[in-house]
Design a protein around this ligand. Structure first.
Ligand code: FES
Ligand SMILES: [Fe+2]
Length: 371
């Protein structure tokens, strides 16, 4: 549905700062190369503690981070072959969370029936993904497509993000192109215009026109000369719960969101930039360029955003009744989608008798519409 792009005042719906997630999507939890065979890592998706481990054969597994014996966090244990062995009494669970050994149980005795919940897990684009919702729906849904990942013409810069704030505040920052003011010292963008806005089931797409100037813009291929102003279109697509934004073939950003808890959010982003250098030269420079771009450019932007995002969260927590005013209809549309996704999930959960596993056909239809 096409929406008006007029900037006019709306009262922000504070419910959006309190909503939970729809867990029936793939969420990013770690960079894949940070987890070697035999290693375990604790992760959290919306207050669900999960132990992920890579077995000795390199296969990934995800189990609830609680031993079925006494609840000890499983990530404190160790990997033995394909199993995760609890640190306390050495009970061994396989990748499905099934108890397969108790080291002190006499050989003629049967294992008790005990199990840790397991989650669908996969790795793609050097990111580890978990599906925290109804496992039977995992195969109907996929992490976002990132075609640039396999294209050597693009330089990929992985960007980690860590924010003490609700995911709605973080998501609004990404959709909000009108905050170029914050980055003015870093040669960010200026004169933004919202050109078009569309809202669909679980998604918001906005096209903005923005202008650039300066040597950084020249380096990124945005302008021919550093002192010239170049105007380009930034297209931002929010497909719950992740983002893709692109700048007319110059850059492409995939921002994968991990809501950890009511006031803690992480992100795993992949930025692709077209650097105008010969392929062989770019190949040589790649290991140097990535840390330079990250430390000298992107991190500075991100730190400025982080400060604003966390300030917004703190002020909200100090007085949740206070009302705020937004004039960007893209932000209002985004809030609607976030709240609707949660309400829809809760409604489906309730129809299933509060077991947290909503009707699979209903969700499968939603997923199909999102793709
Ligand atoms: S608590 Fe895990 S083995 Fe006993
Ligand atoms: Fe920003």
């Amino acid at each position: 549905m096409e929406l008006a792009t007029t900037l006019k005042g709306h009262t922000v719906w504070n419910a959006v700062r309190e909503v939970g997630i729809n867990p029936n999507y793939w969420y990013p939890v770690a960079w894949a190369n940070d987890l070697k065979p035999g290693e375990i890592m604790p992760v959290v998706i919306w207050q669900q503690a999960i132990a992920i481990y890579r077995d000795q054969a390199g296969k990934l597994h995800a189990l609830e981070d609680a031993c079925p014996h006494k609840g000890i966090a499983l990530h404190k244990g160790e990997v033995q072959g394909a199993n995760l062995v609890c640190a306390y009494h050495g009970w061994a669970l396989n990748g499905d969370g099934k108890l397969v050994d108790i080291p002190y149980l006499p050989p003629n005795q049967k294992l008790p029936c005990a199990q840790a919940h397991s989650y669908p897990i996969q790795e793609k684009y050097n990111i580890i993904w978990i599906f925290p919702g109804n496992s039977s729906l995992a195969e109907h849904c996929h992490p976002p497509d990132v075609p640039e990942f396999a294209d050597p013409d693009w330089l990929m810069v992985p960007i980690p993000g860590h924010f003490q704030a609700h995911f709605s505040i973080c998501n609004e920052n990404t959709m909000d192109v009108f905050h170029g003011f914050l980055h003015k010292e870093l040669q960010g963008w200026f004169d933004p215009l919202l050109m078009s806005l569309r809202e669909g089931q679980g998604k918001v797409c906005a096209d903005y026109q923005v202008s650039y100037r300066g040597n950084l813009s020249k380096f990124l291929g945005l302008s021919e000369q550093g002192n010239q102003v170049t105007t380009k279109t930034v297209s931002i697509q929010y497909r719950y719960p992740h983002y893709h934004s692109s700048l007319e073939g110059v850059s492409s950003l995939y921002l994968m969101r991990l809501p950890v808890g009511p006031s803690l959010t992480r992100s795993f982003s992949l930025l692709f930039v077209k650097i105008r250098l010969p392929q062989w030269f770019l190949g040589m420079l790649r290991p140097l360029l990535v840390p330079v771009i990250w430390h000298w450019f992107l991190k500075k932007f991100l730190d400025q955003d982080k400060e604003m995002i966390e300030s917004e969260q703190q002020t909200y927590l100090a007085n949740p009744q206070r009302r705020y005013v937004e004039i960007n209809p893209a932000i209002i549309a985004l809030q609607r989608v976030i709240v609707k996704q949660y309400e829809q999930y809760m409604q489906q959960s309730n129809q299933q008798g509060n077991n947290g596993h909503p009707d699979s056909s209903a969700i499968a239809t939603d997923q199909a519409q999102l793709i």
